[in-house]
Design a protein around this ligand. Structure first.
Ligand code: NDP
Length: 251
C-alpha cells in the first residue's frame, strides 16, 4: 500500500488532534517521507515526547504571525529539495463558549484571526509548494498523492444544521468555523484547475483540551477516521464538508 502522501504539514501539532495526526502518520508503516509538525513552541514538552523519527521535523508556525509562516515555508522548501508539498492540514484552532450575553468584539476577532485568517494565510503562503506538488505528480487525478489542503472544521459551524444553539452557544467559534468553511469552498473552486483539492473535515466531538473529557470519542479514533477519509479524497470530494467517517455534512 502506498503512503498517504509524500509530504505532510500539520499546524497546531503540539497537542490534541494535531499531535495525534503527526503521531499516527509517523508510526504508519507507509509513513510519509516528510512530516512537518508545526506549532507555536516546537520545543514544548508534548511534542518532545514524540519518538524522534528521521522523517519528522518540528518547525515553528504561529498561524496568526505571517513572518513565522514565511520562515517555515523556507525551511520546508529546502527540506523538500525541489519537490512540492502534497498535504497541508490546517488544524490549529481556538474555541470560545461566549454566549449572546457575554460575547464581545475582542473574543469574536480572536476567533476569526485564528480560525479564519490563520488557515487562509497558511494556505496562501504554502501555495507555491502545493502547486509544485500538483504539477510534478504522476497523476492528473485530485488526491493526497498530488496536492490537498484540509481545513479542520466543526459541525457546529454548519449553518444548515445550526445545532443546539442554546446548549452550546459559542458565537465566536461557530461564526468563525462557518467563515472558515466559506474559505474552504472558495479555495476548492479556485484551485481545482491547478490540481489542488480542498476540503473541510469535522473530526467529531473529541477528548482534547478543546473537546473536554466529556467528549465521547478518543483522539486516536478520530484521527484514524480522519486519515482514512484523507486517503479516500478524490475529485468527487473536492470542496466537500465531511466528517471523520466520510459522511457529507451540510454547509
Ligand atoms: P486543542 O485545544 O487540543 O489544540 C488546539 C491546537 O491549536 C493547539 O496545538 C494550539 O497550540 C493550536 N493553536 C491555537 N492557536 C494557534 C496559533 N495561532 N498558531 C499555531 N497553533 C495554534 O484542540 P483540538 O485538538 O481539539 O482541535 C484541533 C482542531 O479541531 C481545531 O481546529 C478545532 O476547532 C477542531 N475541532 C475540534 C473538536 C473537538 O471536539 N476537539 C470538534 C470540532 C472541531 P498551543 O498549544 O500553542 O495553544
Amino acid at each position: 500500500m502506498a503512503a498517504l502522501a509524500r509530504s505532510v504539514l500539520v499546524t497546531g501539532s503540539n497537542r490534541g488532534i494535531g499531535l495525534e495526526l503527526v503521531r499516527q502518520l509517523a508510526a504508519s508503516p507507509q509513513a510519509p517521507q516528510h512530516i512537518f509538525a508545526t506549532c507555536r513552541d516546537p520545543d514544548g514538552q508534548e511534542l518532545c515526547l514524540l519518538s524522534p523519527t528521521i522523517n519528522l521535523l518540528k518547525i515553528t508556525i504561529n498561524t496568526v504571525d505571517l513572518p513565522s509562516i514565511r520562515r517555515a515555508v523556507q525551511v520546508v522548501e529546502s527540506c523538500l529539495e525541489g519537490q512540492g508539498l502534497n498535504l497541508l492540514v490546517n488544524n490549529a484552532g481556538i474555541g470560545s463558549h461566549a454566549t449572546l450575553q457575554s460575547v464581545d468584539s475582542q473574543e469574536m476577532l480572536a476567533a476569526f484571526a485564528t480560525n479564519v485568517v490563520g488557515p487562509l494565510q497558511v494556505a496562501k503562503e504554502f501555495l507555491p509548494l502545493l502547486e509544485k506538488a500538483a504539477k510534478g505528480a504522476q497523476t492528473t487525478r485530485l488526491s493526497c498523492s498530488r496536492a490537498v489542503i484540509v481545513n479542520v472544521s466543526s459541525k457546529v459551524g454548519s449553518i444548515g444544521l445550526c445545532l443546539g444553539v442554546l446548549e452550546a452557544p459559542m458565537y465566536p467559534y461557530r461564526a468563525s468555523k462557518a467563515a472558515q468553511n466559506m474559505v474552504t469552498r472558495c479555495l476548492a473552486a479556485e484551485l481545482r484547475d491547478k490540481g489542488i483539492l480542498c476540503t473541510a473535515i469535522h473530526p467529531g466531538w473529541v477528548k482534547t483540551d478543546m473537546g473536554t473529557e466529556q467528549a465521547p470519542m478518543t483522539v486516536e479514533r478520530s484521527v484514524q477516521g480522519i486519515l482514512a477519509v484523507l486517503g479516500s479524497l478524490s475529485q468527487e470530494t473536492s470542496g466537500a464538508f465531511l466528517d471523520w467517517e466520510g459522511n457529507s455534512l451540510p454547509w
